[in-house]
Design a binder for this molecule. Structure first.
Ligand SMILES: [Zn+2]
Ligand SMILES: [Zn+2]
Length: 134
């Protein structure tokens, strides 16, 4: 079974050999800042199960031993490696998979830093498209 993914522009492509062992949503401040988004969903795979099949991701050392890999051309955040806290693991940004809907997060982590309105997300008015364009 091969699960493929990549960045928005298509320069960097990768494959997972098996479904992720764990899928989590992270609310930490580093994820928020690096993604420019309220949270990031991560799909955890053993290093041996992950391979870049096209292009080459660039890495930024975001804190401690954390390395966040991204496409140098379009900026899409792709995966994360921290050999101290997650040895032998590649944490892939779930939504960069070609079919991310196949996997459902099983946990939310680092909620101590979550945006205060996240807990009330379902109460915020929602529209299938931009209001007035539905
Ligand atoms: Zn790209
Ligand atoms: Zn995080």
């Amino acid at each position: 079974m091969t699960i493929a993914g990549g960045c928005q522009c298509g320069k960097v492509r990768f494959e997972l050999g098996h479904p992720p062992e764990r899928v989590s949503i992270c609310h930490c401040r580093d994820c928020q800042k690096s993604a420019g988004a309220p949270m990031v969903a991560w799909a955890m795979v053993p290093k041996d199960d992950f391979r870049v099949t096209a292009g080459e991701a660039r890495a930024v050392n975001s804190s401690g031993d954390s390395f966040r890999y991204f496409c140098g051309q379009c900026g899409t955040g792709l995966y994360y490696i921290n050999e101290t806290y997650l040895p032998g693991i590649v944490d892939v940004q779930l939504m960069t998979l070609d079919a991310p809907e196949a996997f459902t997060p099983g946990a939310q982590v680092q909620t101590a830093e979550q945006a205060p309105w996240i807990a009330h997300l379902a109460a915020i008015p929602a529209f299938q498209r931009y209001p007035g364009m539905e």
